[in-house]
Design a protein around this ligand. Structure first.
Ligand SMILES: Cc1cc2nc3c(=O)[nH]c(=O)nc-3n(C[C@H](O)[C@H](O)[C@H](O)COP(=O)(O)OP(=O)(O)OC[C@H]3O[C@@H](n4cnc5c(N)ncnc54)[C@H](O)[C@@H]3O)c2cc1C
Length: 521
């Protein structure tokens, strides 16, 4: 029996043990761990897989790019795969679970430097161990008045990790990879690359001009496995003046209204009257958020167990809409007042008194409104609001992208809810509206201790994927268990190109093989 929890595929135990010794000579015993207790946080699998096929073999904690260069040298020598992450977050997308068994987790949580914050232009350069809450504390401590763009759970979550995963927030910046600027990357051969303007000695514009000269390569390191990012620049929003931010919520009484909501909404978005990535949250997700925030307006908590809770019951028990639209207007106080008249007038004209419009005044101290208010100004929120909805720790986010057209979003919501309900789960969903697309996220929550529920959840996710693919709707982010299938859906030409790039940059397949379905194995 092996003395390790898992071994990389095809590797002999003696070779692995030798490599561990070499990693320890480089970093010391404490920063190279292979014992059960140290690996536990990285084994928190939330995917609906019965077989234990994605266990890490060890975890390594580098603290500097030079150490990472040394690590990839050893990994190349012994052909050992390294799965890069921060602390095991990435909830709903597989946490820290590697794509294949026996990969060593390269946890960058010790790389905690905020290297630069430029107040004048509004950008920062950070290492991958910096979390959103730490970056915000840094801004506060140094009296820097700039806004972050945070994902929903932002405490203890890596800024670099979220941006590289092409995650998103809810402020006008929202599309986070678009607002990143300049990277430093350790390549698989151990060399250090700075992208964009970063290769110019004494460059003054590494974090202000993205494109550099020649092909734009930053994309190779997002949702990819072609390098380990050791520094990343990102733009930070200058906040509006006092009185220049007004969040709102509009509650709609019927699910079928989704198409009628999107028509005026996209006009307001594209005209930049509502400039942020608005969230259209369904009754299930909203009720789960109420539940997590202990808001029980009309009755109390629902008993949590298996089975589907009807929308009407969710709406009545939690005083939520069938759809709940969260957006905001920004600018000078005068602009905000004018734009708000326009926004509220547009929705009143379209829906009359069927809708309920809530601003801070009506919300009073409602914690759910406060949570959304924080998100739309890049504030820090504590934990995933859906954690407690269904016990048992299973979560797989199904994340297809829709063109932000009324009929398409209506169809996606209808088809997804029918499939999810048919398999016996609540349809918990949110659409976020970006420039042209609506990102539809369905959080499939299930009990991992119930074998039958695990099977149903797996089948449900698979069916969602197959049916959505037939409509031409693809997934833009997934967990380690489904990466290969999602990559397949993008066609053979893209797979061949990704493999060619991987072969050229990482011929020993040591960097996160299987990430986004890319591997030489
Ligand atoms: C209820 C709920 C709501 C959520 N809301 C949002 C949301 O609003 N927006 C959103 O985007 N996400 C959301 N998520 C998903 C997820 O929680 C976040 O995206 C989170 O930020 C990811 O964690 P992380 O950044 O610490 O991940 P990490 O584990 O650090 O990174 C994720 C992946 O990025 C790659 N990576 C990380 N660091 C590096 C590096 N230095 N070099 C190369 N590759 C690297 C790795 O492949 C890694 O697996 C939500 C999740 C839940 C449960």
């Amino acid at each position: 029996m092996s003395s390790f929890i898992a071994l990389p595929q095809g590797l002999k135990e003696e070779t692995f043990a030798k490599a561990i010794q070499e990693f320890r000579s480089l970093l010391g015993e404490n920063r190279v761990r292979s014992d059960q207790a140290s690996l536990q946080p990285y084994m928190r699998n939330t995917i609906a897989e019965v077989a234990d096929v994605r266990k890490p073999s060890a975890v390594i904690y580098p603290a500097a790019p030079k150490e990472i260069q040394g690590i990839v040298g050893i990994a190349n020598k012994h052909k050992i795969p390294l799965w890069t992450c921060y602390g095991g977050e990435n909830e709903g997308y597989g946490s820290a679970v590697p794509a294949t068994n026996g990969q060593i987790i390269l946890d960058l949580k010790n790389m905690k430097k905020v290297i630069e914050v430029d107040q004048e232009l509004g950008y920062c350069l950070v290492e991958p161990g910096v979390t959103y809450d730490e970056l915000q504390q840094h801004l506060k401590k140094n009296n820097i008045n700039l806004w972050l763009d945070t994902p929903a759970p932002s405490t203890g979550v890596s800024v670099v990790g979220n941006i590289l995963e092409r995650g998103s927030g809810y402020t006008p910046y929202s599309e986070d990879f678009l607002f990143s600027c300049g990277m430093e990357v350790v390549l698989a051969n151990g060399s250090l690359l700075r992208t964009g303007m970063g290769g110019i000695p004494n460059s003054t514009s590494w974090q202000v001009f993205k494109w550099g000269f020649g092909p734009y390569v930053d994309g190779l390191f997002s949702q990819g496995n072609n390098g380990i990012v050791t520094k990343l620049g990102t733009w930070l929003m200058g906040p509006p003046p006092p009185g220049g931010y007004m969040p709102f919520c509009i509650k709609f009484p019927r699910k079928e209204m989704i198409a009628d909501i999107i028509k005026p909404l996209m006009f307001l978005r594209q005209a930049q009257i509502v400039p942020n990535a608005c969230a259209l949250v369904n009754a299930g997700w909203e009720a789960a958020t109420c539940f997590a925030n202990n808001r029980k307006n009309n009755g109390g908590f629902l008993k949590k167990g298996p089975g589907v809770i009807p929308t009407k019951q969710l709406m009545d028990s939690y005083d939520v809409g069938a759809w709940n639209l969260y957006g905001a207007v920004y600018g000078s106080p005068e602009q905000v007042a004018l734009n708000w008249m326009y926004v509220s007038g547009t929705f009143k004209a379209a829906f009359g008194d069927k809708i309920r419009i809530i601003t801070e005044k009506e919300a009073k101290n409602d914690p759910v409104f406060e949570y959304r208010k924080q998100l739309m100004m890049g504030g820090i929120t504590q934990q995933s609001p859906l954690d407690r909805w269904r016990s048992g720790g299973g979560s797989m986010k199904f994340s297809p992208t829709a063109a932000a057209r009324p009929a398409e979003c209506y169809q996606q919501a209808k088809i997804a809810s029918e499939i999810v309900n048919k398999h016996g789960f609540d349809y918990l969903s949110e659409f976020s509206f970006f420039w042209y697309d609506a990102r539809h996220v369905v959080d499939l929550r299930f009990d991992r201790t119930q074998p039958d529920e695990m099977k149903r959840a797996y089948k449900c996710y698979e069916e969602l994927m197959n049916v959505f693919s037939k409509h031409g709707w693809a997934i833009s982010r997934t967990n380690s268990g489904f990466m290969d299938k999602v990559a397949e859906s993008y066609g053979p030409a893209m797979r061949r190109l990704n493999r060619t790039i991987k072969k050229a940059l990482d011929p020993n397949n040591i960097l996160a093989p299987g990430k986004s379905g890319i591997s030489l194995g």
